[in-house]
Design a protein around this ligand. Sequence first.
Ligand code: ZN
Length: 251
Amino acid sequence: MSELSLAYIFHHNQLLVDSNLQLPQVEKLVDDLPLQVGDQIIARDLRDLEAIPSGYQLMPIRQLISQWSTNQFEQASRAVQLLEWRRNHKFCSHCGHATQIHATEYAMVCPDCAYHQYPRVQPCVITIITRGKDEILLAKNAKTNTNMYGLIAGFVDVAETLEEAVQRETLEEVGLQVKNIQYLSSQPWPFPSNLMLAFRAEYESGDIVLQEEEISDAQFFKFDQLPEIPFSGSIAHRMIQHVIHQHSMSD
Ligand SMILES: [Zn+2]
């Protein structure tokens, strides 16, 4: 008798779900090498020519963020990141031999030189900058066509502290100096495998000078006159709510 498992089945950045956004149950095939992401929960890619079962649809993962609980989203994030990592580590980065999937750990192992490759996350700082008691800095990304204003964010460099990354990104993107940098919270963000580290900082000095390839506009907005902000479920949304309404960052 074949065993049934709940399955995260991905097709690029889309996931197979039913009309209630629940996962399908599928047979666990041995030659499939599915990725085990929990007890009786597997993850794999949609196979070539695999039919989409009736009542199911492919939905962009980003759209599920605001519909699902944090736990569901984190499990889906883990699944999509581990599959992506496995796809990108088919060969040993040390000697070039084809790798094998480790039986019990999340690792790709080289049978020739025994080098183990583990999944990595990319630390990324995101900062909410306040000025006075009732203003926050919001910036519009130059690479999108929307009217949405977000927060200053960027990857942490090699040999840089998180606080230095906050200061450098703020200076590079909008030309401002900040002070009193405080850690708020974090969120895994699977596009493709970032760990978003949220900080709060206060404006110290400088006039806004845009890094034009990255930012098309940036302004300090009064709390009661905000433009369109990032969607509910994103860490940027929670950070803005936290600062304006003193909502907790922990849930
Ligand atoms: Zn090797």
